[in-house]
Design a protein around this ligand. Structure first.
Ligand SMILES: O=C[C@H](O)[C@H](O)[C@H](O)COP(=O)(O)O
Length: 231
């Protein structure tokens, strides 16, 4: 089974948690895209859901495939969000944001009664941090904000490059018009503390640590999909 087939397996398993009539948060990324494609087939067959997309990219795919959408302001309380992740630890803490959608993803997931993460085996880790941690920041005061992050990281015993994410035509801009700092901290022994400290930095709009948000993870490997619940 190749990587795409594993993503499809996880997406298929997640679809069985979606009930007719649900208000559904719809994630961003290659795994979430597979979920959208499967969901669109069900919608074409008469299944009724109302989706809230977590990015402009996901909104475009949903519109193209006929998945009905609402804004989060129209549907501020959701039944379920299905989304991918970059890393998942045994407590179901996540790193998200490789696709730059972390802010809307976190807002939508937190507006949902449940969040189910879908991923392939490569995303499961014992300790978060091998993956760069995306931190969404306001462009104003970028250098000061980065210094503040470096200082708090040092207090927590973390170090590593913190670089502005680039696109082909200049700094990468999120859907909200912010920049992203990618922090290569390496292993993060206390993700909860790092999350709290980052939340307290003026200029940090949001970060990619999702703590106590996911309820379940569906992990696909070569032999099929398995469910992970928080330990
Ligand atoms: O901003 C992007 C998101 O957090 C994605 O859900 C995450 O990067 C996983 O994406 P993929 O399914 O493509 O690995």
């Amino acid at each position: 089974m190749d990587a795409r087939e594993m993503k499809i397996k996880a997406a298929e398993a997640a679809l069985s948690h979606v009930e007719d009539g649900m208000r559904l948060g719809i994630g961003t990324g290659s795994t979430a895209d597979e979920f959208v494609r499967l969901l669109a087939e069900k919608v074409a067959g008469g299944f009724r859901i109302q989706g809230v997309p977590t990015s402009e990219r996901t909104a475009r795919l949903c519109l193209e495939l006929g998945v009905p959408l609402k804004s989060l302001d129209e549907l501020p309380e959701l039944d379920l969000t299905i989304d991918g992740a970059d890393e998942i630890d045994p407590q179901l803490r996540l790193i998200k944001g490789a696709g730059g959608a972390l802010l809307r993803e976190k807002i939508v997931a937190c507006a949902s009664a449940r969040m189910i993460v879908i991923a392939d085996e490569t995303k499961v880790v014992d300790i978060l941090g091998a993956f760069k941690l995306p931190i969404e920041v306001n462009a104003f005061g970028l250098v000061a904000t980065r210094h503040a992050i470096e200082k708090l990281a040092a207090r927590l015993g973390l170090s590593g490059d913190i670089v502005v994410r680039e696109a082909s035509d200049g700094p990468y801009m999120t859907d909200g018009g912010h920049l992203i700092l990618d922090a290569s901290f390496g292993r993060i022994p206390d993700a909860d503390a790092l999350s709290r400290e980052l939340n307290a930095v003026p200029g940090v709009v949001e970060h990619g640590l999702f703590i106590n948000i996911a309820s379940l993870a569906i992990i696909a490997g070569p032999s099929g999909a398995r469910v992970l619940e928080a330990r």
